[in-house]
Design a protein around this ligand. Structure first.
Ligand code: CAO
Length: 261
């Protein structure tokens, strides 16, 4: 029998209320708001991020097979009380590619004198919460199945929506992903979460015309990825090779079975 869902997982993921139009906010006079809490933490980490010499690398991913696979597995996950999105596959594929390019799962010390290769793949996921941007991480992704990642992501999303994410979930990230495409947009220029050395932003999966290998026009589900990496310690070729491998897992998700432990 399928594993029974954990209590936190069985709670349906809280969807933030649809916000098609931002209500008009009339401000009759200038007002001042102190920058505190999560926003203050963002000031500190982004100021630090800005001292890192970033370079960008962009590519497009044909998600057509993954769109079908998620569709096939979604109801099975729903029966277990879990909402299956694309992120668990994207996170797992990143971890599988990081095994081949561990320098991207590393951190640098303050003076950039040492690279620390991290054993755990703690993949940070940028989250849009009622309290602002927050980046909790799914711990030890290298040991988790896609389903287990999904369970943890659902848990983090629920905690984020309730403003209850604690330091354990927020600390210790080793590599980050930002799915801005769940809101919209094609490209982004993500800022690295120091002391990490790379981050990827995912665009919206859109149905677009493409040519297949036979030259036939086909309907494809295309997602853009925008990587940023710390150019002091990561070269473009490494980023490109990592991205190619990650892309190959997402474009042919059955190949993930070959390498999943
Ligand atoms: N393209 C198209 N559809 C997408 C998508 C994408 N890139 N990403 C998600 N979706 C779909 C999901 O599949 C889901 O569809 P169903 O309702 O049919 O299942 C729906 O959008 C909602 O998904 P979700 O947002 O609940 O779940 P997720 O795992 O895809 O993403 C999270 C989780 C936390 C990454 C996301 O909710 C979020 O907060 N994104 C914003 C991140 C952000 O603000 N980044 C900017 C950082 S810099 O300021």
């Amino acid at each position: 029998p399928p594993p029974s869902p954990s209590p936190s997982a069985s709670k349906p993921v809280q969807k933030s209320p649809p916000r098609p139009f931002q209500p008009v906010v009339a401000i009759g006079k200038d007002t001042t708001e102190p920058i505190r809490g999560i926003k203050k933490a963002m000031v500190q980490s982004m100021n630090k991020a800005h001292t890192i010499p970033h370079f960008g690398y962009y590519d497009e991913i044909d998600m057509t097979k993954l769109v079908q696979l998620r569709y096939d597995l979604k109801s099975a996950c729903k029966e277990r009380g879990i909402k299956l999105s694309y992120m668990p596959f994207i996170i797992k594929a990143a971890s599988m590619a990081l095994h081949h390019y561990p320098v991207l799962n590393a951190s640098v010390d303050e003076k950039c004198e040492n690279l620390i290769y991290k054993a755990a793949h703690n993949i940070g996921v940028a989250m849009d919460t009622p309290n602002g941007l927050i980046v909790p991480n799914v711990k030890n992704v290298q040991n988790l199945s896609v389903y287990e990642i999904s369970v943890d992501l659902n848990r983090l999303q629920n905690l984020g929506a309730d403003g209850k994410l604690g330091t354990t979930d927020l600390k210790g990230g080793t590599f980050s992903l930002s799915n801005i495409g769940s809101i919209g947009g094609t490209y982004a220029r993500p800022l690295i979460m120091p002391p990490e050395v790379a981050i990827g932003a995912l665009g919206k999966i859109s149905v677009l015309p493409r040519f297949n290998y036979n030259g036939d026009l086909i309907k494809a589900h295309i997602m853009q990825v925008s990587w940023s990496a710390d150019h002091r310690v990561i070269d473009g070729a490494t980023m490109a090779r990592f991205s190619n491998l990650w892309k190959s897992y997402l474009e042919n998700p059955s190949t993930m079975l070959l390498d999943t432990k």
